[in-house]
Design a protein around this ligand. Structure first.
Ligand SMILES: [Zn+2]
Length: 412
């Protein structure tokens, strides 16, 4: 045997012994797409999910993380965030946007969808400045308004051009998942109509932040006449557009749900109130998806992060498996990315490891009102494309006493 052959044989036998780079051991796996909920191991190799099964031997992996007592889920998918940071513009583009990697992984989120912070005019700048530089997977709804949420002009119908929006979306297939309208304050539906027009021409969806309801621009007309099955109504517990009528969930919302209009939580800084959410939950009107509406204000007030918002939903007695579905598989399907939000063998290994703490907790709404809870989800470890990108307690790390530190190098 010549020398390269010997080396190859050695490499093959080593690979046979440890086929997996990472083994997540002993956690309770919840994978709603595959109806999995139970203690199981997850093996990762080449950045992909390699195997999900009970009792995968530790010797088959180079790195083993003991996750007993924790929950292992697909990487969380947050479909309402604001990430167009660094523009210098006021409002959500610029000062209130956050850079994805500075927030995502520490909260278990591996996919963030920007909700229309940029529009068809400035999306290329957003793409180059933020999306292409992020380790987080960032997708986007294009604002139907060309300037997006940059400073003034988001409700200027003159800047809402379905044709230009379609062109930009078609130039970025997969990356642009739909069209967003937000903060519109005129008494008509030109924003929604143009977004639906663009969506119709691309096979994509519309996400609506309803802005101001007035005159004929009301929630019943929006849900009955404008939105199509698969379109998303975000901020569902805002109470700002008659989501509740005399304490009851607006019948227009119940009717819209029957024809598959999607209801998304979209917490934000001013869109989640206990006095709206509690009656809605009591009446069984739950979110299809849980999203944060992440921005610098919401993260520092009642919203905080996605696991915190998930904990609020959990506090209404919704089973954990369903809460996980609302934060993984459901949003992945809503945006047409069914390769995400699951732990299929062969899927990119985006994984969240969550702790379910028990104790006395308080959860704040957008008004600052407190509601107590006795369970709280927090993020222990996050894996993106097979790499550990957040590890609160070093569960995937070697002990310092056996760690292969490099010897100090003498100064040159
Ligand atoms: Zn928003």
């Amino acid at each position: 045997m010549n020398r390269p052959a010997i080396l190859l044989a050695f490499a093959c036998s080593a690979a046979a012994q440890t086929p997996y780079e990472l083994l997540l051991k002993g956690g309770h796996v919840i994978d709603p797409k595959n109806a999995v909920s139970g203690v199981m191991d997850v093996a990762v190799s080449g950045g992909k999910i390699a195997r999900v099964a009970p009792n995968i031997p530790a010797r088959e992996a180079r790195t083993v993380a003991d996750l007993s007592g924790l929950f292992v889920t697909p990487g969380l998918v947050d479909i309402h965030t604001h990430l167009y940071a660094g523009t210098g513009a006021r409002a959500l583009a610029g000062d209130q946007s956050v850079y994805p990697d500075g927030f995502s992984f520490r909260t278990g989120v591996t996919t963030m969808v920007d909700a229309g912070t940029s529009g068809w005019r400035n999306f290329p700048d957003f793409e180059q400045r933020v999306i292409a530089r992020a380790k987080t997977r960032v997708l986007a709804f294009l604002n139907i308004c060309g300037v997006g949420m940059a400073a003034q002009g988001e409700d200027n119908p003159e800047d809402m051009d379905a044709g230009e929006a379609v062109k930009m979306a078609k130039a970025h297939p997969g990356l642009v998942v739909g069209f967003k309208v937000a903060h519109y304050a005129l008494p008509d539906f030109r924003d929604v109509e143009r977004a639906v027009e663009a969506a119709g021409q691309t096979g994509l969806i519309v996400m609506v932040d309803f802005g101001t309801a007035q005159g004929p621009r009301n929630i019943a007309n929006l849900l009955q006449e404008k939105l199509r099955p698969g379109d998303i109504y975000t901020h569902m517990y805002s109470g700002l557009r008659q989501e509740l009528v005399n304490g009851a969930v607006n019948p227009a919302m119940i009717a819209a749900r029957k024809r598959d209009v999607i209801f998304d939580l979209g917490h934000g800084g001013g869109s989640f109130f206990w006095n709206i959410a509690a009656p809605a939950f009591e009446q069984g009107f739950y979110p299809d998806s849980i999203s944060t509406d992440l921005h610098a204000d919401s993260m520092n007030t009642g919203m905080k992060d996605l696991p915190n918002v998930m904990s609020k939903v959990l506090s209404f007695g919704i089973p954990l498996e369903r809460v996980i579905a609302m934060s993984t598989w459901n949003p992945a399907r809503e945006i047409g990315h069914t390769e995400l939000g699951n732990l299929d063998v062969g899927a990119e290994a985006d994984i969240a490891v969550l702790a379910l703490e028990r104790g006395h907790f308080g959860f704040l709404d957008s008004a600052g009102a407190r509601r107590p809870g006795d369970r709280k989800l927090t993020t222990e470890t996050t894996i993106r494309k097979g790499a550990v990108v957040w590890d609160l307690n070093g569960r995937a790390a070697a002990d310092w006493k056996s760690f292969p530190y490099k010897p100090p190098q003498p100064p040159r």
